[in-house]
Design a protein around this ligand. Structure first.
Ligand code: SF4
Ligand code: SF4
Length: 369
């Protein structure tokens, strides 16, 4: 296992981190909880093979997920890093943050968390977090030694990521990044350059890349033997990235993923440049080169064109039509496209000169007929 420093003041963490969200569970609905008998050997095997970073969150597995992480790794607590997350919506009044942090520490049987995230921040949630002084609560908890690093996980336009990081309170962040979604790439590089640690979720795009099989692998000139290895080679090859999180549901999967991560960590800058060039070519072939910069987010009816183009390119560039169509419809982008007034305010901001209103209409027809 290779290790890398997580942020300018952070510890050396394994380049593959364990995302605990999908650990095996038993029971249904409100009774769903982690399956101790299956989870503990999985987490222990990950530790034995060199993974030293484990990530959970307040809400995972009906709030039972942090417990299993603490239980499985209690005797090696000083050799591993615990990461957890609390959504700003859980903080509504003074005392909420502290009470929930203390509850988490007790549940995880530990005196401190190494990394504590504001969970799933977007512009609105960040405003709420500041309004309820969650940022000040986190700083206080760090000063008292209850948490060691303040972090955030992120789901919004790249420039919002920079705005949040500009607050100066965060040491690390967790964001989406993979072979078919590089919208965060530029800001990740900027923030890593300022000394922030960057952790990536979704390195295989929610399983989409692995589902592409041999056909997907053939799109790239790569020594990777599987699409999953290619995906990790791409992510770990970006020097802004400290580690990638992977959810593992069996001992076999842990062993397989560790072997893949070890192979993937050998990626060279030249190899990675090749992947970038291949991606650029593929996008150009699709005739719709959207970088995801979000400069076009000036719409009077709040359409975010990059979301439409990202999903469209998944189908057109990489061939995942059915999965892309499902996402498009589930996100109700067809209804959003229907709202477009054709005013052109978005297109006037686009550095790629995309005729946005026309493309929104075409994409709607492409997916919905
Ligand atoms: S053209 Fe459509 S998407 Fe663009 S700003 Fe106007 S209403 Fe919004
Ligand atoms: S459509 Fe243009 S402005 Fe909007 S995200 Fe894509 S490249 Fe940026």
């Amino acid at each position: 296992m290779q290790y890398k420093q997580f942020g300018k003041n952070g510890p050396m963490v394994s380049r593959l981190g364990f995302g605990c969200m999908r650990l095996p569970a038993v029971g249904e609905g409100e009774n769903r909880r982690c399956d101790d008998e299956r989870c503990i050997p999985i987490l222990r095997r990950a530790y034995e093979l060199g993974i030293n970073f484990f990530d959970t969150a307040w809400g995972y597995t009906n709030r039972d997920n942090p417990r299993i992480m603490g239980k499985a790794l209690h005797d090696v607590r000083d050799k591993v890093y615990f990461s957890s997350k609390l959504p700003p919506s859980e903080v509504q009044q003074p005392g909420d943050f502290r009470r929930k942090l203390e509850h988490s520490l007790k549940l995880m049987d530990t005196d401190y968390l190494d990394f504590y995230h504001m969970h799933a921040l977007n512009a609105g949630k960040w405003e709420h977090a500041k309004a309820v002084e969650m940022d000040k609560d986190m700083i206080r908890a760090r000063d008292e030694g209850l948490i060691r690093h303040i972090s955030f996980s992120f789901h919004d336009a790249p420039r919002v990521m920079v705005n949040i990081a500009d607050s100066g309170i965060f040491d690390t962040l967790l964001c989406q990044y993979n072979l078919i979604d590089q919208s965060n790439e530029e800001v990740m590089g900027i923030l890593a350059g300022r000394g922030m640690g960057i952790m990536v979720m979704g390195p295989i795009a929610g399983g989409m890349i692995t589902s592409g099989g041999e056909d997907f692998l053939r799109l790239y000139d790569t020594p990777a033997k599987t699409p999953q290895e290619l995906a990790l080679r791409f992510v770990l090859g970006y020097d802004a990235v400290t580690l990638a999180l992977s959810g593992m549901q069996s001992v076999e999967m842990v062993e397989q993923n560790v072997a893949i991560a070890e192979a993937a960590a050998s990626v060279t800058p030249e190899e990675r440049e090749g992947y970038k060039a291949a991606n650029d070519n593929l996008r150009q072939l699709s005739g719709l080169y959207c970088s995801g910069c979000a400069y076009c987010n000036v719409c009077p009816v709040e359409i975010k064109p990059q979301q439409h183009f990202k999903i469209y390119n998944r189908a057109r560039v990489w061939g995942f039509f059915e999965a892309a169509k499902k996402d498009y419809l589930q996100s109700e982008l067809d209804k959003e496209a229907e709202k477009c007034l054709g005013c052109g305010a978005c297109a006037a901001e686009c550095p790629q000169f995309i005729d946005i209103p026309r493309r929104l209409r075409e994409i709607r027809v492409y997916f919905c007929g």
